[in-house]
Ligand binder design. Structure first.
Ligand code: NAD
Length: 524
């Protein structure tokens, strides 16, 4: 165990077998809190990806045949394993992400809730539908719609919530009856590998769930092999994934980046709004797709809000955390992201913004960026336009809610947002934000409100997770039309004769016309 931070378990490293792979096929996983190596993965070649997909594909029919309850039985075992091993999993993830303990622990909690949510709701969400024919001409038919899974779903996931996002998408796909292969981020593969190993060795789950490792090349190979791709990551990579999937006409669901606005109305509870902005902007070091990144505050309360926000952000404790939560803000998980955050802040400062708190990278071991509040910002600056994905918020003063809305909607992203103020007026404003989810007097909470869909509008994505849609998307509607009665042939079949044609024409006219004259064919 590394000093100062929770470390990964040796079992994980052995499980991945990375230490035995030739150097060119290995990726070392570093702890961003201190730069130490915590494990390694073996990169999967396109051939190995194809073989993995073929193997789980061969077992998928039996998994589907188990039905919703049979699959929940196994996913319930995964829930129990996560509950029984939450500390072990948190150790691994803390070591590979550099998060503080509290930000790590939340992942398993979300996943156990998600397993129960879909386990108990899947029967309703995926129930076969029996549909009455819309036309008397189809009266002899029994119509049914089945929701059959895509045989193999590929999940490609990012590094910011390595388990919640990878498993969070795998679980509804498995519950729907698909086999699943996950490609986690190359920066944070260890936690997921540990869970997959447990599914195989400790839980003894059916061989319909596996992972493959590597960079974009491995991800691309997965896109080529599967029947549906669930991608979470940047919009830049999302475009590439979609283009690659077009080659095989593979459907995609894309959960991409955000630049979520927060609007603070003059009648808001400013303490709650400032606390929410602090947590919503700095949680997980701002590496949350639903982070508060831009704040628009009505003029009368701007000064007071900024003073409260600055005070709260200034109090945050940053640094390597142990197993007992003692810090609030952890490391930047990916070194690339730390460079983007630095670039956005420097761009803003060079263009006239001021940092009331923070504003720079922290010197020394580990990859940290100071929790930062920027004012005097505008939409010409990257920090208000592009996804920063770091512990930084930009605050702007606005005349009124109309100006706030105009600025909030002035973005190519549309993932989520929030409005603080008296309930009714705040809700009115919330309903006009162009985003997939808007929270009133709260932030990020839509992610755990899994009853309702969560997904991006505009360039924040295509498709949604959670709710009924979040499991149905892993299925294809299949219609079955059963003829309950009928003679030797239908009137529309061969041979074509004047009499049969006339009968069909008259019946169709009688049913389709909406006035008596046309129904009887008078004057035509
Ligand atoms: P990324 O796009 O760099 O990588 C995501 C995954 O795609 C990784 O596993 C990566 O290896 C893989 N990949 C890279 N190139 C690929 C290619 N050509 N083909 C197939 N796969 C490829 O994203 P990231 O930096 O890991 O994550 C941060 C981003 O994720 C942010 O933009 C954040 O907003 C977004 N995100 C979105 C949500 C959401 O639900 N909307 C949730 C979390 C994170």
């Amino acid at each position: 165990m590394e000093s100062g931070t929770a470390g990964t378990s040796t079992e994980t490293i052995e499980a991945l077998n990375g230490a035995e792979a030739p150097a060119e096929e290995r990726i070392e996983v570093l702890n961003p809190a201190n730069g130490n190596t915590v494990g390694a993965i073996t990169v999967d070649s396109p051939e190995r990806v194809a073989a993995t997909v073929a193997r789980v594909r061969a077992n998928q029919a039996d998994w589907e045949a188990m039905g919703v309850e049979g699959r929940y039985h196994w996913l319930g075992k995964l829930r129990d394993w996560l509950l029984d091993n939450s500390e072990r999993v948190a150790d691994t993830m803390q070591a590979e992400t550099g998060k503080v303990r509290a930000d790590t622990a939340i992942e398993s909690i979300y996943l156990t809730d998600l397993i129960n949510f879909y386990g108990t709701k899947a029967a309703k969400f995926l129930a076969e539908e029996n549909v009455r024919p819309h036309s008397p001409l189809l009266a002899s038919k029994k119509l049914s719609v089945l929701y059959r899974p895509y045989p193999v779903v590929g999940v490609i996931s990012p590094w910011n919530f390595p388990l919640a996002l990878a498993l969070g998408d795998a679980i509804p796909a498995l519950q729907a009856g698909a086999a699943v292969v996950v490609k986690p981020s190359e920066f944070t593969p260890l936690g997921l590998a540990e869970v997959v190993k447990a599914w195989k060795d400790e839980i003894g789950g059916p061989d319909v769930f596996d992972c493959v490792h590597g960079t974009g090349e491995t991800g691309g190979a997965l896109v080529d092999e599967v029947d549906f791709i669930q991608f979470t990551g940047s919009d830049r990579t999302g475009r590439r994934v979609m283009a690659r999937a077009a080659e095989t006409l593979t459907p995609v669901s894309l959960e991409l980046g955000g630049k979520d606005p927060m609007i603070v109305l003059a009648d808001a509870d400013l303490d709650r709004a400032a606390n929410a902005a602090t947590w919503g902007g700095m949680y997980n070091s701002g590496q949350v797709c639903l982070s508060v990144e831009r704040i628009y505050v009505e003029e009368p309360v701007y000064d007071e809000f900024v003073s409260k926000l600055t005070k709260e952000v200034g109090k945050l404790r940053q640094g390597p955390d142990g197993k007992t939560p003692e810090k609030d803000v952890g490391a930047m998980t990916s070194p690339n992201q730390a460079a983007i955050v630095e670039d956005h802040v420097n761009d803003a400062l060079a263009s006239g913004a001021s940092a009331l708190v923070g504003g720079k990278r922290v010197a020394g071991a580990g990859d940290y960026f100071e929790p930062t509040v920027l004012v005097d910002v505008d939409h010409s600056m990257k920090v208000m336009r592009d996804e920063t994905f770091g512990p930084v918020v930009g605050v702007m003063k606005v005349r009124d809610s109309e100006e706030a809305l105009r600025l909030a909607n002035d973005s190519r992203y549309g993932l989520a947002g929030s409005v603080f103020g008296e309930k009714e007026p705040a809700e009115k404003v919330a309903r006009r934000i162009d985003a997939g989810a808007v929270n009133v007097n709260d932030v990020i909470v839509n992610y755990i409100a899994m009853d309702v869909p969560m997904g991006g509008w505009k360039q924040s994505g295509i498709g949604f997770r959670h709710g009924e849609y979040g499991i149905k998307k892993y299925t294809r509607p299949g219609s079955v039309i059963v003829t309950r009665f009928g003679g030797k042939r239908e009137p529309t079949w061969y041979p074509y004769t004047k009499a049969r044609r006339g009968l069909v024409g008259r019946a169709a006219r009688a049913f389709n016309a909406r006035d008596l004259k046309r129904r009887l064919g008078i004057g035509s």
